[in-house]
Structure formats: structure tokens, C-alpha cells
Design a protein around this ligand. Sequence first.
Ligand code: WTA
Length: 660
Amino acid sequence: MSDKHSTLDNLSHEDRSFAPSAAFAAQAVAHEDLYRRAAEDRLGYWADRAREVLTWDTDFTQTLDWSEAPVAKWFVGGKVNAAYNALDRHVEAGNGDRVAIHFEGEPGDTRSYTYAQLTDEVKRAANAFESLGVSTGDRVAVYLPMIPEAVITMLACARIGAIHSVVFGGFSADALRSRIDDAEAKLVVTADGTWRRGKPSPLKPAVDEAVANCAGSVDNVLVVKRNGEDVAWTDGLDLWWDDVVPAASPEHTAEGHDAEHPLFVLYTSGTTGKPKGIIHTTGGYLVQNAATHRDTFDLHPETDVFWCTADIGWVTGHSYVTYGPLVNGATQVIYEGTPDTPHQGRWWEIVEKYGVSILYTAPTAIRTMMKWGREIPDGYDLSSLRVLGSVGEPINPEAWMWYRDVIGTNAGKNGERKDEPTPIVDTWWQTETGAHMIAPLPGVTATKPGSAQVPVPGITVDVVDENGASVADGEGGYLVIRDPWPAMLRGIWGDMDRYRDTYWSRFEDMYFAGDGAKKDEDGDIWLLGRVDDVMNVSGHRLSTTEIESSLVANSLVAEAAVVGAKDETTGEAVYAFVILQREPEGGEDVVELLRAHVAKEIGAIAKPRGIFVVPELPKTRSGKIMRRLLKDVAEGREVGDSTTLADATVMAQIADSVRR
Ligand code: WTA
């Protein structure tokens, strides 16, 4: 074993692999032959899927036009309406009484919408938006909490061909203003506020401030009454949803839009300061969403209850709350609040109450639940769960195993366990990819804890070296996508040069994802985090994720974040920030214990130069750890822009701990 590959070899030492159970495989919607079909004729495969998962007003004449690469046109000539596919057609097929959405508000209020009711609501909203002068191609900014009106608004826009730009409700007035201005939004849909940790939390004031300072594109602000708090009001600008939408007609005919008609813009942060407005179009986006939502989660729409815990402010909430589940006619749960309100069992209570069968969440949430202790989920009946998904960041094997062992085998609140744990599906994708790209298929793929493993059928990903050459199995490099895919971004709003530069200039004819990855001996893919998080220590490539995993595997540690800090001698040095689960026994030095632990697990080369015990880690509102800020601390610099942190005081707490 050469030194150069020691860390990669170490990750490949994961030799656990869990074959699907015969019982699961026997009822699974996805089969091995999807891979074969896609490999034989990739475009033919996508054309078939497109006709299978969507109802087209006009069939397409060409599956892919790549003549203007890297801007793709999929399903050329096809016409399709997203809202019709998510709503009307299910009612027409006789499923109008099926529940589309079970809404659970943070204070405990609930509302359920059948497909027939949701279709009516969306038609009313579509008529209302049109009466406010919104028409096809106009942009609508959406700044709403996780309430049914968020989904209704997105689908009403899609119905009339208006382009929604959802801005996460946790973003500041300034962030909202810059997004309204960049997209030149005509209408803003918001709420008086929401509920957070048992208290009313306002939203409208941020909209007031944003609209007052924006360039003037906004004609109206439509306000959903949610928490009932007093709000400032501007006549002629502000309108109550309740005054406008319920009064509108529930009759509205959905026209087919061109497959390449923009469906939405969603802003995401890039490596530079200005957020990028990622553009997605209608046909290809919906095809890949619906197909992956069905295959990756083994969706049986007649019986499953799906719950994706993501907020609609992020791409996961677009693809696997608003579009995928509804296009597939599924029943889903949406929840407004935090996992620990009013108690740390709230999520499991919701799973038990609605009989959630498919749960899709992020590793950071799983690790938080681990920290709270298994007694909490053990106290609920989670026997309805049959598929568990993960998304957003690499999932460390310990969290994966906990998810499987604690959540995936729960068969009752009295300690009953399932014989066969539920499959875990780790899904790799991005705002830019629009839908799952790398994920196992439950019932088909034998899964490995911590690996997203294989491209979904019809997708060609690879891991390449500096020069764009494929690496051999057992080696690491950069994750790329070789062929255009249906749900790919079509560009960056107002900045097509930036689109080419960011994604298509690093390697010739390949999409550069910005993630590091490795292939194991079986060719399975392991995501190693953003390339910017990969460290180089004395010429050895080390993954922050790998060291974090190793730290979290130690029973003393609850959470860990690792960064590479510049070092004159070694290039970079490893620094770790850890939240302890407990203090070591017998007064031993925890830092020395953990350094020795990492050295033993991975090798002396990975041993952190410094380990800081901290009370919290800096996380964005979507739960991503902002390692950049920790790098500033480790390098002794002034901490950079921390405005996107969920809790602004965290950096001060960390600085305090580090000083001590
Ligand atoms: C990371 C979220 C490892 C990755 C859907 C990617 C993941 C970025 C995974 C996109 C996963 C997402 N394993 N890393 N299963 N899923 N990522 O745009 O670094 O918010 O580039 O989309 O999240 O984040 P985004």
C-alpha cells in the first residue's frame, strides 16, 4: 500500500454491504433491467420514461438537442403543464379523494388536502395571480414558511407559466431584495409570519424592507395569514391572500407549455459572493424528478406516505416536496416547525401519527437525533417506515448505521424490532442537477454505509484526475457528469458566461460538480465533500469527511467538523472542531485521546494538529457546516462573512472556546 493511497484504501475498508431482502425486492417498483435499458440506449430510455411518468399535451419530436452545448434542450417540441401533471390528471384518473398533503403546523394545527381540493386551490390561485397581471414568463418571488400555500403558490405559477423564485424564509431582507431584483419579480407571495420554537416569527417585515429598497419591479405583495400577528400595510401594494384567492374561480384550464419553458429560478451560493440563479425548465426537470422519486424511494402511490423534511426554500423541497411526489400522485406530509418543538420526539410523533412509510432527510438531522439519544425514537411506533433517504452532505457510516439500526428496525414503541431493517438510500445531487444523480435503488442495490454508490439509470457520472482522465477503481478525484441529463440546469439567470465558466470550463465536455469523490474496488462512488474541503497534507490527499467520520465514530464525540489550515511545511494541517458527547473517564485529556484515535483509524498523517472542543458548530439554515468560517479560526484570521449562519452567536462561542 503506497502512502499516496492510504486514505483512499482506508475508506474502502468499509466492507459491510447489505443486500436487499427478498421480500423487499419482490415488491420493488425498480428492477435491474432499468440499468440495462438505459445502458443500451440512453436517449431511448429517457424518451420512454418521459412518456411513462408525464402526460404530455403534445408529444416531443426529439429527445435531446445538444447542438448548442452546454445549453441542452430536452424533449424538443413537447408541450406539458406541470400543475396539470401534479394535480388534475390524478383527479381525472379517479384519485381525487386521495390525500395529497397532510399539513402539520408547529403549534399542532393540521389540515389535509385531497388531490381534488388541492387542484381547486391551485386553480383559484392561478386565476388570482392572473387577475393581478401575472402572466407566462413573469417572475414571482415566494417567501413563505412550510405551509400548504407554499406548494399551492409554486403550482399556480407553474400552471400559468410564471417562473417562481422561492427564497428561503430564513434569509434576510437584504438577501431577499437582491433575489427580487436579480429576477425582476412582479409579485411577492409571503405570510405575516410563521411559528418557530413555540413563538410567532415574523416574515412580512423582511418583505416590507426588501420591497422598499428594491429596484421597483414589484406590483403586489400577497400575504397569507398564518400567525395572526399585526403587520404593517401599504394600500395598493399589499393584498391578503384570503381576500383574493378564495374569491377567485376554481375553473382554470391548464395549457401545455413548451418543454423548455422555464419552470423556476432558485438561487444558490457559489464560490464567489453573488448567489447564482439556477434555471430549470419544465419537461426534463419533471421527467427526472418523477422517475427518481418513484425509483429511489420505491414509491407505491396508493399506499405510501412520503415525508421529505426539507424546506421548499431549497432544491430538495422543490424536487421532492412540490414536484416529484405530486406528479407521482403520492400522499405526503409537510411540517412547518423545528424537530424539537415542543419536544425532541416531534418528528417521530409525526411519523407515527401519519404512518409515514418513506422518510427523506439530511445527515445533520440524523446526527442531531443521535446526540439526543435513541430512547426518544425508541419511544414511538415507527413500524410504518420502509425506506429511509439521506441527502445534502456525505453521510458518515456511523450515522448511516444508526439510521438503519435505530430508525430502520423500529417495529413498535415497546422495543419490538423488524427482522429486516429498511433500506437506506443516500442520494447525491445538487441544485444544479435538479434531481437525484447518484443513489442506490432499494430492492436492487446492495448498500454500503456511507456511499451513494451508483449513478441512477440514464446518468453517466465519473471520477477524473486533474487532467480529466478517469481514475481507476480504488482512486479518488473530481466528480464529473459526462452526458447531459434531463433535469440539468439550463443556465444561470442573466449570466450565461458564468454558467459556462463555473461548470463547463474546468474539464472539456464534462460538467464539473465541485465535489471530490472516489471509486472503491467495486467501482462504487463515495462522495468526499466539496473540492474546497479536500485537504492536502504533505502531498497526501485527505478528506475532511473521512476524518470527521472517524472522530464521530469515537463514543466521546457527538459532532465534528474538520478543516485544512495553511501550513508552511506541510501545505495544510488538519484542525478539528468537536462537540463532545461525554467527558472521558478518569480525567484523561480528550484532545490527546482523539488525536490518537484518528491516528489509529486512518494513519498518523490524518492526526489533527489541533482539536478544539466547542459548544456548537457554525451551520447554515439548511444545516450545512460552514467550514470556511472554521478555517478562518484555525488560520487565526478574522472570521469572514457569517450572515448565512442559522445562529449568529455561534462563531463568538467558538472563538471563546478556542481562546480557552
Ligand atoms: C452535497 C442539495 C454527499 C454536495 C441536494 C453537493 C452531498 C452539494 C450529497 C449540493 C450526498 C448533496 N452525499 N454530498 N448524498 N447530497 N451533497 O445544491 O457537496 O444544496 O455538491 O443540493 O451538497 O448542495 P445543494
